[in-house]
Design a protein around this ligand. Structure first.
Ligand SMILES: N[C@@H](CCC(=O)N[C@@H](CSC=O)C(=O)NCC(=O)O)C(=O)O
Length: 278
């Protein structure tokens, strides 16, 4: 693992690291903020999964998480959203597929299956690397994300409820298998048999019996993707039917941007901190 950048911030350290990923078969970059408390011993970890077109950097630059994460003593990890590099298959003119659009799944279709394995990367390879290299208490993990990353956070938590004490999301894609902007990607990554898509669809995972203790979602009412792509009411319906307590905050006038995310980042950090206590 190589340290690309490291800077002191709010008494902690914001680092950016690169490593050769066995899972994605390419170099992968991630950002990790360690709060000052990490100098005394292992600290809990919040995963932040980013949305379409993002790298590790968008939330690092615009998410405004460090001051409160430092106060609360929580490390924040921000992985990339897809494999990267010249040899990775891509559709450069399509921002909803390929590089920057890994959808946190393991592709099964050629030529994408060899590298697009973001589910395994985020749930297996990266946690092992983090546990080995940094002072993190891996028994205290939480997960959140934005849009495509909100979809990632929800599906990963639903499939790994024993690992994550809490899950939240900002404007998540709650049902990618029926949303216009994600269906083409699921078909190319997973093939035309839509039953295989259920494993990467939060509302359908809930329908299929997967559970988490509770969910927090914030959604802007002025989000241009709300009706076509995000549709939080579908998650509300699934949670109501299954008995999962969902706190869905509809935020008047907020859009899909990091101006929205950074406004409510503190609420999510505090919510997770409560659940990450020893
Ligand atoms: N390029 C698109 C807009 C892309 C966009 O809005 N991406 C969001 C995530 S959308 C769902 O996953 C994002 O986080 N962008 C990065 C940022 O820094 O804002 C277009 O041009 O419409």
């Amino acid at each position: 693992m190589e340290t690309i950048a490291k800077a002191k911030s709010h008494g902690g350290v914001q680092g950016v690291y690169r490593h050769a990923s066995e899972t994605c078969k390419c170099d992968m970059t991630f950002a990790l903020f360690l709060p000052p408390q990490a100098e005394q011993g292992p600290v809990p970890l919040l995963w932040y999964l980013s949305g379409l077109t993002c790298t590790h950097q968008n939330v690092m630059d615009k998410g405004e998480y460090r001051q409160l994460a430092a106060e609360l003593g929580i490390a924040v990890i921000c992985p990339d959203t897809s494999p990267r590099g010249d040899t990775i298959p891509d559709e450069p003119d399509n921002w909803q597929f390929g590089k920057g659009a890994g959808f946190y799944l393991d592709a099964t279709e050629a030529p994408f299956a060899e590298h697009y394995r973001m589910y395994s990367y985020v749930t297996d390879e990266l946690p092992r690397l983090i546990a080995a290299q940094f002072p993190i208490d891996m028994t205290r993990q939480a997960i959140t994300g934005h849009s495509m990353g909100g979809h990632g956070a929800l599906t990963i938590a639903l499939k790994n409820p024993e690992r994550f004490r809490s899950v939240s999301a900002f404007a998540p894609i709650v049902q990618p298998s029926t949303a216009g902007w994600s269906r083409p990607a699921l078909e190319k990554y997973l093939g035309p048999d839509e039953t295989a898509w259920r494993a990467y669809d939060a509302t359908l995972l809930i329908e299929d019996g997967h559970r988490v203790a509770e969910i927090l979602v914030d959604q802007g009412t002025a989000d241009g993707f709300l009706d076509e792509g995000l549709r939080p009411w579908l998650l509300q319906e699934a949670c109501d039917k299954s008995g999962i307590p969902l706190t869905l905050n509809m935020r008047e006038g907020y859009d899909h941007s990091y101006f929205f995310i950074s406004t409510f980042m503190g609420d999510h950090l505090r919510w997770h901190a409560e659940r990450l206590k020893k």
